[in-house]
Design a protein around this ligand. Sequence first.
Ligand code: ZN
Length: 99
Amino acid sequence: MRWGLLRIIWMPYSKVASHRRVSHIPVIGLLMRTAYLCVIVAIPIAVLKAFGINVGFKNLRASSAHLISFALGMLVADTLHIVLDLLTSAFKKLISRLR
Ligand SMILES: [Zn+2]
């Protein structure tokens, strides 16, 4: 919902992987989202290429250290999200028991 108009990008994904379900399996959820975003990015690039428009990724290079840092950053952020969701659920359950 915080993506505004761009939330249309996530609509197909959210229909398949609703929040706190398969998307919250560590590593699996991250790989699913990464693969999904790769497809979402690849579609307009393929369309542009079909019309003869060069997107210009030829000069885009990343070292293995950058890729590993990027992957670890995504993994840490994803894991923290899952842990926060678990803590939030546990906290809400505790509060409901105390009432
Ligand atoms: Zn979540």
